[in-house]
Design a protein around this ligand. Structure first.
Ligand code: ZN
Length: 341
């Protein structure tokens, strides 16, 4: 893809109320408490991470639940910090269903009960997931096991009329087949009680993104969705009305080796320190500074900027960000955020 470099606009044009809602933040990850791969490498700086996200215009976040246990943690954090959570089981964790006391049915019933108890108010559940399929990591759970528990979680979305929060990695054919068989083949499954959803961290092709949109699903992108020129073409194929932005923090950073780099290079100097503040190595940790290798919710603006650049300046950053803001509120029913400035 040709690289288009536009001149950074005058600072008064890029200043403003750039508001975001962070979809997909894994705030339950111990790395936000200073624990990297099981080792306490520095102080707990969770509050500093939140402060940086606020400075970057992140008005709220949806914390990802990736298992029954972590969904409970996500709800707890969401209630404490006035955020939102998802409830579900990630495909790589799907053996949890079988290991659970009482078996898979009891695990699904426990997820169901958790959803039922958190449908309203501060820190509520706003989506079912993270669920889906991941054929890059079948060493955690075989495709057969993943498929069974992906399908079973779709019943929860129908029952509670909640959007799906979907993970799809190297599994497109099976993934859409299950969605179609369960009634989610069109209009986001509204005919069977569903309420659409989002395929997050899109790393598939442009054609796959187009198929999700045709089925009535939003597509969300992060740094991992911008690694290669093909990835960028897929990002560009997402129509504004179906686009969501995310970081997947602490994973999926925008990095200098990715195809997104030249597009990020045009990030105006007024925004760069907000979205991509300079980071230090974990062993040189300084409270108040990000840590290298740990993506943060504040980077969402950088992801939005790359999308803006991919449209070669034809769509103002302001417009993309506002469209995504409204998409996110509408999809997840976050009406109370509507007037947040
Ligand atoms: Zn995922």
């Amino acid at each position: 893809m040709p690289v288009t470099v536009i001149t950074a606009k005058p600072s008064q044009e890029v200043k403003g109320n750039f508001r975001f809602i962070g979809v997909t933040v894994n705030l339950t990850d111990p790395v936000f408490r200073g624990k990297h791969r099981g080792k306490q490498l520095h102080d707990d700086d969770f509050e500093a991470v939140l402060d940086r996200s606020h400075a970057a215009g992140v008005k709220s976040m949806i914390i990802t639940g990736t298992s029954l246990h972590e969904s409970k943690q996500a709800l707890h954090l969401a209630a404490k910090h006035n955020l939102y959570a998802t409830i579900g089981c990630h495909p790589t964790r799907s053996t949890d269903f079988d290991k659970y006391r009482g078996g898979p049915e009891a695990y699904l019933a426990a997820l169901d009960k958790l959803i039922e108890g958190h449908l309203t108010g501060q820190g509520r559940v706003v989506a079912i997931g993270e669920c889906g399929l991941d054929y890059d990591r079948t060493h955690f759970a075989s495709p057969e096991v993943q498929k069974i528990h992906f399908r079973s979680q779709l019943t929860l979305a129908k029952k509670y009329h909640l959007p799906l929060f979907l993970h799809s990695r190297s599994c497109h054919t099976d993934f859409v087949q299950i969605l179609r068989e369960e009634g989610f083949g069109e209009d986001g499954g509204r005919a069977v009680g569903g309420k659409g959803g989002v395929v997050h961290s899109h790393t598939g092709t442009a054609e796959e993104a187009i198929e999700y949109m045709a089925m009535g699903f939003h597509v969300s992108v992060n740094g991992c969705s911008m690694k290669t020129p093909d990835n960028l073409a897929a990002c560009k194929a997402i129509r504004p009305e179906w686009l969501l932005l995310e970081t997947d923090a602490p994973w999926c950073s925008l990095t200098s080796t990715h195809a997104s780099k030249p597009h990020l290079d045009t990030l105006p100097p007024s925004l760069r320190p907000l979205y991509l503040p300079p980071a230090t190595q974990p062993h040189r940790f300084v409270y108040g500074k990000p840590v290298k290798g740990r993506n943060e919710p504040c980077a969402i603006g950088g992801v939005g900027w790359v999308i803006h650049e991919l449209h070669e300046g034809a769509v103002p950053f302001e417009k993309i960000k506002e469209k995504v803001w409204r998409n996110t509120i509408e999809l997840f029913g976050l009406e109370e955020l509507k007037d947040t400035q």
